[in-house]
Design a protein around this ligand. Sequence first.
Ligand code: AMP
Ligand code: MG
Length: 327
Amino acid sequence: MYRHVLNRTIAALFLVALALPAQAAWIRGQEAMMGTRIQIELWHSDEVVGRTAVSAVMDEMRRLDRLMSSYRPDSELSQVNLNAGRGPVSVSAELLTLISRALEFSDVTDGAFDITYASVGHMYDFRQKVKPDEQTLLRGLPAVDYHHVLVNDENRTVRFRHPKVRIDLGGIAKGYAAERSVEILRRRGIEHALVSAGGDTRILGDRRGRSWNVGVRDPRQEGRVIAMLPLVDEAISTSGDYERYFEEDGVRYHHIIKPTTGKPAGSVRSVTVIGPDATSTDALSTSLFVLGVRKGLTLVESLPEYEAVFVDHYGDLVYSDGFARLP
Ligand code: AMP
Ligand code: MG
């Protein structure tokens, strides 16, 4: 008898819980992945839907990391690096498309953006303070040339024209991942979100009546912000010489490599690019870093939807023209 009443009470409580209106909430998620920190912040009228969406984005990030990481020997990208010097390697449509987009950026930037930078770039180990000596670097340089990467759309294969070519998508993959994440969120009915993967952030909608504010950090002082950019429905990427580096004899050896020399690009400290698509802001911020202020400004001024702010060699801010017109 007593048991019967208890069961009925539990059932009634359960029904009340179901009948309660869903709780609207801001939901946040954070995870270390892709050698960086993934951060998500989103709003949904139903907290449960919001939480599931955060998990879906994290799953997508994990999937892309497994596909495109050059650090994972079992990734599709590593298989390409291992075998494409000997002949065509079959790849997924997704990897093929991203490699093709990377090659388009090489064309647009006159080779400043070049995923074959890795042919010598992988000789550096910034954590262990390792860099190649001049001889080794010179021997490796002939393999750095994006024209060596041959993509066959019909057969869906990639081949390298030179046996020592290695590619790395580190300059474009995080932006692509952020862009994909926002597509996933949009499909789940989310209208206000921020997804960031290290220096690459994609914003969906506004922050419920306000803009999202993304800071540009001081390249020489962690935690200090030197510019605040109000953004709505946009992507923002920063490339900086402070992300991965070591110093030796007063020289900063960092992770953005000038393809013509195989050495870290030296003329600016950071570049931030904003625009409608995170894959592009990611590739462009890396490109503009290599190009430097003068050539970089010329390029970004030719792209009406994209704007850039440089922190130059002296620590001064240089804005592209369109920034003056932003709200
Ligand atoms: P980001 O922080 O987006 O500028 O990406 C930097 C990463 O891009 C590096 O860690 C490398 O993986 C990759 N990278 C470095 N130099 C180049 C280059 N010249 N072209 C394309 N990718 C590069
Ligand atoms: Mg980039």
